[in-house]
Write a protein that binds this ligand. Structure first.
Ligand code: LMR
Length: 395
């Protein structure tokens, strides 16, 4: 049987990490996978997380199973973190999942189960796994235009032209904030226009929010999602704690389904829990327990928010520095958009050949679509990167 497996193509994001590791050059820079890096190039454990681990270590008395849907305190804190008070708690069914990807998977499963003919509309471009996972599950996928190559901003007219074809009960995925891979985000007015369309078409919004706190602030990054949630009868949300808590490998995520009435809540909740049972029984507990401790403790919560603010400010500073350095070195304003973008990534608009040359000639590891991880430039790496981009563009 197993001889039937064919070699797999490298993952567009994770494959780059293998190449980077194998590169012997000292001055190489990794701008691939989306993990925060400090000035030394390390991805530190947040101090609030370390303290929560001590609390957990000292207070945990058993490792027995929790409920299938996961830890209640964690799920309730996540609901508050993402939705604030936009929607009554008794309309929101929640499920603890292994990472934000696990939340996406479970919500894809839910769509397939109850709405198998629906089309899932994804932005072009989007995070590659959004597409790959849907295709692997045999879902109907359509993409809508999103990114204007010429301005490196959202092409809202083209997006609206495409999604006006959305059918009743189709699902429209939006990135809650910090669009991955482009860094170009919809504004509040545009979210409101999209909400009008979804209401008119009786279609369902599905928000992937994996970078809350990395754009403009925890509440600011959730504001558009919350405004939409307050107006629509139903919504799906996949939230991740990988980035804003730095809990990448611990796999902490939460799926949420907003129901049109509190009466539906219990049956939706139980169905989501069954999806956990069908796929892996229980989501991992450790990281979720840490998040519940941090969010539920005033002092730790404040400490975590301070650290998150520091990370965000680092990225915002790098954005401005990089835009300035590229303007100077490349003698063009074509990269000014980097300072306008928000989140961990920007798509630079370089050709595949230019991306290859950045890697081969300069040791700069950028994802193939020219997406860079802004945090990878901390610790004085802006200058050498801008110099390499100028060299590649210069000939
Ligand atoms: C990324 O886009 O780099 C992150 O979301 C990590 C991943 O799993 O791809």
């Amino acid at each position: 049987m197993l001889e039937k497996f064919q070699p797999t193509p490298p993952d567009p994001i994770l494959g780059l990490g293998q190449l980077f590791k194998a590169d012997p050059r000292d001055n190489k820079i990794d701008l691939g996978v989306g993990v925060f890096k400090d000035a030394a190039g390390n991805t530190p454990i947040m101090s609030a997380v370390k303290k929560a681990e001590v609390i957990l270590h000292d207070s945990q008395t058993t490792k027995t199973y929790k409920g299938l849907a996961g830890d209640e305190a964690f799920r309730d804190e996540m609901r508050k973190l993402v939705l604030g008070d936009a929607v009554a708690a008794d309309r929101v069914a929640t499920l603890q999942t292994p990472g934000g990807t696990g939340a996406l998977r479970q919500l894809y499963e839910a769509i397939k189960k109850v709405n198998g003919d629906a089309t899932l509309w994804l932005s072009d471009p989007t995070w590659p796994s959004h597409v790959a996972m849907g295709k692997a599950m045999g879902m109907n996928i359509r993409t809508y235009r999103y990114f204007d190559q010429a301005t490196s901003m959202v092409n809202f007219d083209a997006m609206m032209e495409d999604i006006k074809g959305i059918q009743p009960q189709d699902v429209l995925m939006l990135h809650g904030c910090c669009h991955n891979p482009t860094g170009a985000n919809l504004n509040a007015d545009q979210w409101s226009v999209i909400t009008d369309l979804l209401l008119q078409k009786n279609a369902i919004p599905f928000i992937d929010i994996a970078y809350q706190g990395f754009g403009d602030g925890l509440d600011e990054d959730a504001a558009n999602l919350r405004a939409m949630a307050a107006r629509v009868p139903e919504m799906l949300i996949a939230a991740s704690c990988s980035k804003n808590f730095g809990l990448y490998r611990d796999r902490v995520g939460c799926a949420m389904a907003i129901c049109d009435s509190a009466e539906k809540h219990d049956v939706v909740s139980r169905n989501l829990a069954v999806l956990n049972r069908m796929n892996y029984s229980f989501a991992p507990d450790h990281g979720a327990a840490l998040v519940a401790i941090i969010l539920g403790d005033e002092v730790l919560n404040a400490e975590w928010q301070r650290e998150l603010t520091e990370m965000r400010d680092t990225m915002l500073t790098i954005r401005q520095e990089l835009a300035d350095a590229l303007r100077l070195k490349c003698n063009t304003d074509r990269f000014d958009f980097i300072a306008e973008h928000r989140g961990m990534f920007s798509r630079l608009g370089l050709t595949k050949e230019e991306v290859d040359r950045l890697r081969d000639e300069h040791g700069m590891y950028v994802v193939g679509d020219s997406r860079i991880n802004i945090a990878g430039l901390s610790g004085g790496r802006v200058e050498p990167f801008a110099t390499a981009v100028a060299a590649v563009l210069g000939g």
